[in-house]
Write a protein that binds this ligand. Structure first.
Ligand code: SAM
Ligand code: SF4
Length: 345
């Protein structure tokens, strides 16, 4: 299996066309051509972690820090609700102090109440205790995204060398906690990291399958000048190759796990304006339009050239709808778009 996946990841020409056609067909047969929207609210760039690749890591002193107010978060959620997004994602730097976890619980309850329970809520707030995951679940969150970043523990250690803060084993445990709590659980990896091999990526796909994951967000690694990983940029594949590899990963995953939710990530669009379209065409079925207030969007800079940081929510929505239609898909307004894989469990 591993060799077959490796071949899929590097194929070209007719083989590449066949891979795309097969992935597209299986997607349309299994889950159809609907695309589900998750309004992304980047609630804060304050983070206690120090990942070597991320522009908002705690040691980056070049970044001004922000946290959206309750009102700003509720307003953004309301925007998603009134524009019939179906769901939102609250994402941010990792914090696990009580003040923070309790505030999230409060906000979740308020968002559910304000939307008559209609808005689906995904969280992407990093590693937490089982108790915190449970409190957030009971308060109304029902999906959680926690990328494993890479399934290779040695590569994980290279890009998170601070053992006191980071552990691959803990990240895995957190995914298990989320599954036990009852969340639709999402994970994913970065593609094209320095030191990463094609075998690592093929193993990542098998990892996603073996974890029986419900949803996946994976995309190209993009460098940020104020991070330690930047010094290894000479090892990186050219951007267009990272994009191609990411699209191949999406297609291969769709073949491996036909009924899961797969996001067309923003990082794809950072490399090429129509990067997300291509992913939707051949396998992805979820997009996460950014609905963070524009003044804060520039500060949530994980990597260089983050797209759409100055665009208003209405403007990015118009462009997105255009690109979804171009990819032969259709926006499913107002739908939660739960993972078919999770539902049929
Ligand atoms: N702090 C939470 C966490 O790490 O799970 C959630 C927010 S974090 C910014 C979300 C994801 O951003 C990470 O899982 C990582 O894969 C991605 N990310 C961070 N820096 C990146 C970079 N330079 N290129 C591509 N993706 C990046
Ligand atoms: Fe913090 Fe997440 Fe960035 Fe790591 S990837 S530094 S945990 S925001």
């Amino acid at each position: 299996m591993i060799e077959k996946l490796e071949k899929m990841l590097i194929c070209r020409g007719e083989d590449e066309e066949r891979l795309y056609a097969e992935a597209k067909e299986i997607k349309n047969q299994t889950i159809g051509n609907k695309v589900y929207l998750r309004g992304l609210i980047e609630i804060s760039n304050i983070c206690t972690k120090d990942c070597f690749y991320c522009g908002i890591r705690k040691s980056n002193t070049e970044t001004a820090r922000y946290a959206l107010s309750d009102e700003e978060i509720l307003e953004a959620a309301d925007f998603a609700y009134t524009h019939r997004f179906g769901s939102i994602v609250l994402q941010g730097g990792e914090r696990s102090d009580r003040e923070f976890t309790e505030r999230i619980t409060r906000l979740l309850k308020e968002i559910k109440k304000n939307s008559n329970n209609e808005l689906g809520i995904t969280l992407s707030l990093g590693e937490q205790t089982e108790d915190t995951y449970k409190r957030w679940f009971d308060a109304g969150a029902h999906r959680y995204l926690l990328r494993i970043e890479t399934s290779n523990p040695e590569l994980y250690a290279k890009i998170h060398p601070n053992n006191a803060l980071h552990s691959h084993a803990t990240r895995l445990k957190c995914l298990e906690r989320l599954q036990r709590t009852g969340y639709q659980t999402g994970t994913g990896v970065m593609i094209g990291l320095p030191f990463q091999t094609i075998t690592d990526l093929a193993n990542d796909l098998l990892f996603l399958q073996s974890m029986d994951i419900d949803m996946v967000g994976m995309g190209p690694y993009l460098e940020h000048h104020a991070t330690p990983l930047y010094q290894h940029r000479h090892l990186l594949l050219p951007l267009e190759e990272r994009l191609r590899l990411s699209i191949h990963m999406v297609a291969a995953l769709r073949l491996l796990m036909p009924d899961i939710n797969i996001a067309a990530t923003t990082a794809l669009q950072a490399i090429q304006a129509d990067g997300r379209e291509k992913a939707l065409e051949i396998g992805a079925n979820v997009v996460m339009p950014n609905i963070t207030p524009t003044t804060n969007r520039t500060l949530y800079k994980l990597y260089e050239n983050k797209p759409g940081i100055h665009e208003g929510a209405a403007e990015s929505m118009r462009k997105l709808e255009e690109s979804i239609l171009k990819s032969g898909c259709e926006v499913a307004y107002g739908a939660w778009g739960d993972s078919r894989h999770f539902q049929s469990r």
